[in-house]
Design a protein around this ligand. Structure first.
Ligand code: PAF
Length: 282
């Protein structure tokens, strides 16, 4: 795997692949790579001729400076993961390379309701930061395909809108959430869970599984109450639980087959904030 620290170096190599008409798959990450990221690399390899992964802990998407500081950084381990999965290129830029001084990268994306609900409500500015960095990275890498995980369902909706609004020539490929054997969605944040909280955290998945059954018997308000109660009983502190439309993310007030709804949840396990979701075909 070739590692590039600057956009210029990366572009010198990618230029040849672009002129050959190669399909270039891109997997943007913030490092602390786990099996979820590895599955994105594998998915990209199966659909593209060359795969670029980026590792960049983007400061503009952290609304809590403490969270940015505590974000796990372990480059050597990450490089080993990427090499084991035969990723072709790693782009590992500095902040200055992604946001060059003097350049007007501070675009205000029209995110509308996608930025006002759920994560947007509790993490003001987060999705502007995500849209901004993904836009910057796509401008540098110019991939044909972009691979992102469904675990961050709202992030996918935001990136999808940004790509359509900016008319970027890239195909967004949503990839399934990879889970631990007990159902906990893989996340870099799981590394920060205490042993006790790690054991309790699977309640998020267990709850989402129950929700699949509950939506057929109870109304969304009742389902929300039951889900929140179940999560609390395991010692986690739910921040929100919502049943939403997969496209608009607007709340669903009545579920009737053959509707598709997404159950989204965020909860604190001590100080670690976890999110998860499940697409439910009623
Ligand atoms: O999901 C992530 O890891 C980040 O939000 C992303 C998409 C790499 C942007 O920094």
């Amino acid at each position: 795997m070739k590692i590039f620290r600057t956009a210029e170096e990366l572009n010198n190599v990618l230029q040849d692949h672009r002129s050959n008409g190669d399909r270039i798959g891109f997997v943007p990450t913030m490092g602390a790579l786990h099996s979820g990221h590895a599955s994105l690399i594998e998915e990209a390899k199966s659909k593209c001729d060359r795969v670029v992964c980026s590792i960049f802990v983007n400061p503009t998407q952290f609304n809590d400076p403490g969270d940015l500081e505590k974000y796990p950084r372990r480059p050597e381990q990450d490089i080993s993961v990427l090499e084991a999965h035969e990723c072709d290129f790693l782009f590992y830029p500095s902040v200055e390379d992604v946001y060059p001084e003097g350049m007007d990268y501070r675009l205000d994306f029209e995110l509308g309701y996608l930025d006002e609900t759920m994560e947007g409500k509790f993490r003001p500015g987060h999705f502007q930061g995500v849209a901004q960095v993904v836009y910057q990275l796509l401008s540098i890498v110019e991939p044909t395909h972009l691979f992102m995980g469904m675990k961050d369902f709202q992030q996918l909706a935001v990136v999808d809108k940004m790509i359509r609004d900016m008319e970027l020539p890239v195909k967004l490929i949503p990839c399934d959430t990879v889970r631990e054997p007990d159902g906990l969605a893989m996340s870099s944040r799981n590394l920060r869970l205490s042993r006790e909280m790690r054991a309790s955290a699977s309640v998020l998945y267990e709850t989402l599984q129950m929700v699949k059954i509950w939506v057929l018997k109870f109304n969304p308000e009742q389902v929300t109450q039951m889900a929140i109660e179940k999560i609390r009983q395991k010692g986690l502190k739910p921040e929100y639980f919502e049943l939403v439309d997969p496209q608009t993310l607007l709340p669903i007030h009545k579920v009737h087959p053959p509707m598709v709804v997404v159950a989204c949840v965020a909860a604190y396990a001590d100080e670690v904030r976890l999110i998860d979701n499940m697409v439910i075909k009623a």
